[in-house]
Write a protein that binds this ligand. Sequence first.
Ligand code: FMN
Length: 174
Amino acid sequence: MKTIIIQGSSRSNGNTSKIVGILRERMKCELIDLNSYLISQYNYEHKNRNDDFLKLMRKIVEYDLIIFATPVYWYSMSGLMKTFFDRVTDCLKIEKETGRKLRGKYMAAISCGSDGIETEGFFVPFKNSAEYLGMTYVGNLHTWIESDSPTENVLKLIAAFKRKLEEGMGHLLD
Ligand SMILES: Cc1cc2nc3c(=O)[nH]c(=O)nc-3n(C[C@H](O)[C@H](O)[C@H](O)COP(=O)(O)O)c2cc1C
């Protein structure tokens, strides 16, 4: 199973990256750090078609499972990640062949906040976007880092999440 994590934090080596790092120690997956690419706001005239978005998307659609990892910023996904989703619209308008490749793929999502309280409805945009794009949503996980590193509890949640993904996608495991 080819897996890629799309990290959407405004700092490449912050808390979300720590969670992503822990998952990557347990699970073979590539990483795209949106913070190191130029992806501008959605443009109705597609004047930004030459920024990094479409190039990245052509790579992403080659994976079976796409895991979005975002910090919680104002009860919601980060602006970086929201812009990424807005730009997926490009794949429905000007590069449909890339958009079509998302059909039948799998999506999961991870949030990283400052405490264990999961914002109501946080994962609804991920779930609904997966459905709209013809993808199968295989689950989500809320994590948090209160001081420097995740608690034992969060580590257990990550391990359980990994098992859940593998169970749900057993037919695709290498
Ligand atoms: C702009 C901004 C908004 C935030 N809003 C929330 C929030 O609504 N709820 C929450 O639990 N934490 C909030 N936080 C804290 C972050 O979610 C938390 O520190 C997270 O672990 C940061 O991950 P990062 O280092 O990858 O950015 C916010 C932090 C920032 C910078």
